[in-house]
Design a protein around this ligand. Structure first.
Ligand code: FAD
Length: 484
């Protein structure tokens, strides 16, 4: 097998029978042509096609270690700095194609699988079979170029209780029984972005488990096809309303869909399980394997691409209506530039200080990546705020494509002209600004950046707790005790 084309991705999707509930409709197939998904799956298909584009294929693919055929670079196990640099280049190329708006491009979880499979000895701690399973699974996803999503957190019924105690333990996905060849899972997980059109669902550990016997049924990591019997996705309302690219430039291309995941006695064969019944191992799943570090490496490339987009968009906006002369506008632009350069510097530091980990994987330094991971959820929130402030009433003077070509065309050209743009072009620009800062799609993007990698509040708690502050406290203590 080899890196897939867009047509191969869509062909496979047209044969899957994933159970999706959406706006009162039950789907068991037909995803590629459903109005909620047909645009975004074509955007994903174009990403698969890029792997075959002579302009990009040398960066986006490398020879498979088993067949020699080209497979996606995000599966490349980096042994050298050059490998790591190639991975980063591929991340950025992929992110640029959607200006970082797609959070679940394959490279995100391919990076996790790469790191997990490299850490096979960690999986072998409880059972050698788990090590074989993760290796085999990584190779299967790599060779078939499957698109994965993941689901981690328990339903949000009552956060005052551990997930395993909500509604007597019935809500959070758990193992109800084992049979000769696998486990049976019942309950739910809160969300899986792209669940309705992914090929595979990774059901991985998330919230910290207490390591008590009661947590055992909630302690697992496995992967299943999204059309596994008993698995259901309840999708949110789509923000792609079937409008033109002119009217909804981002929503009509990049609305990824998020869905609640229900496990109705889903059978998972043992060969698809990577750890079972061990809360301690689950708690170390991402950090002990360094999967978190390689995922964050991808995330920083994506958020850099997104920040570049915001900077370009803000520049066009300020030029268009002649507000670049005002100091507070310049300060806003400077803030975006500062964020961009901070991300670039942190990523560069992470790559410059990379070292081989315990599994001989060249791994970016964690301190700078962790700083980026803690900064961006908050810094991103300023971008839509800045765009709304600078766009002002222009964000509502946004007639549709039908208007700019219809009876109002002359008025629009006359009265909606901008300092640098004709009326129609100014409307096109402002509709893009609106879709980046004020539409439902824009709100979801802001929510995504804030939460997709975990709750920033709890991340900050863990961050400061794990940071070695003692040398700095000692230095200040020494100063305080200097003789007067
Ligand atoms: C757009 C989007 C896409 C997502 N996609 C995915 C996906 O594909 N797969 C996936 O697994 N997850 C996904 N997530 C979920 C994401 O992982 C969670 O949003 C995140 O971990 C926070 O958990 P929560 O949403 O349950 O918030 P909650 O834990 O319910 O928190 C709600 C509020 O209560 C506060 N709070 C709750 N508990 C505590 C506590 N113990 N200490 C301090 N404060 C607390 C939080 O700070 C927050 O303000 C997605 C989320 C979003 C918004």
């Amino acid at each position: 097998m080899t890196a897939r084309t867009g047509a191969e991705f869509l062909d496979r999707l047209s044969t899957t029978r994933t159970h999706v509930e959406i706006q009162g409709e039950t789907l068991k197939g037909g995803i590629p042509d459903h109005p909620a998904f047909k645009n975004v799956v074509r955007t994903y298909a174009a990403l698969f096609d890029r792997q075959h584009d002579p302009e990009y294929r040398n960066v986006l693919t490398y020879p498979s270690p088993t067949t020699g055929d080209p497979v996606a670079t995000s599966f490349l196990i980096p042994r050298t700095r050059e490998d790591l640099a190639k991975r980063a280049q591929a991340f950025k190329l992929t992110a640029d194609a959607s200006f970082g708006m797609l959070g679940r491009t394959g490279d995100y979880l391919n990076s996790a699988l790469m790191a997990l499979a490299s850490a096979r000895t960690w999986f072998a701690q409880t059972d050698e079979n788990f090590a074989d399973n993760i290796t085999r699974y990584y190779e299967q996803v790599r060779e078939q170029d499957l698109l994965c999503t993941h689901t981690l957190i328990p339903p949000q019924a009552n956060r005052a209780q551990p997930g395993g105690q909500q509604a007597g333990g019935a809500l959070m996905a758990h193992i109800v029984r084992e049979d000769d060849n696998g486990i049976v899972v019942r309950g739910a997980r809160m969300l899986a972005t792209i669940g309705p059109f992914a090929d595979e669902l990774l059901v991985f550990p998330s919230t910290v488990l207490r390591g008590t016997p009661e947590d055992k049924p909630y302690s697992f990591a496995f992967a299943i096809p999204t059309d596994t019997s008993g698995l259901r996705f309840i999708a949110r309302e789509p923000f792609d309303y079937g409008r033109t690219h002119f009217d909804h430039p981002l929503g009509s291309r990049f609305d990824e869909s998020d869905a609640v995941v229900v496990f109705d006695d889903v059978h998972v064969p043992y060969e698809r399980c990577f750890t079972l019944g061990d809360p301690e191992l689950c708690n170390g799943f991402y950090t002990a394997t360094d999967a978190l570090y390689h995922m964050t490496h991808q995330v920083v490339a994506r958020t850099t691409a997104k920040t570049e987009f915001i900077l370009g968009l803000t520049t066009l906006l300020t030029d268009a209506i002649g507000i670049g002369q005002f100091q507070h506008v310049q300060a806003d632009l400077a803030e975006i530039i500062t964020t961009l350069e901070t991300l670039r510097a942190l990523n560069r530091a992470a790559e410059a200080d990379a070292s081989a980990n315990a599994y001989d994987v060249m791994t970016p330094a964690w301190a700078p990546l962790n700083a980026a991971r803690n900064l961006y959820p908050r810094l991103y929130q300023r971008f839509p705020e800045i765009l709304r402030k600078l766009g002002a009433s222009g964000l509502m003077a946004t007639p549709t494509e039908a208007d700019v070509t219809g009876p109002a065309a002359a008025d629009i050209d006359q009265y909606l002209q901008a300092a640098t743009l004709a009326g129609r072009d100014r409307v096109r620009l402002f509709r893009l600004v609106w879709d980046a800062c004020a539409s439902a799609f824009a709100s979801r993007q802001a929510l995504y950046e804030y939460y997709f990698f975990g709750d920033p509040v709890r991340m900050a708690t863990a961050y400061q707790a794990s940071y070695d502050k003692a040398p700095y406290a000692d230095r200040v203590r020494a100063f305080l005790t200097e003789p007067d």
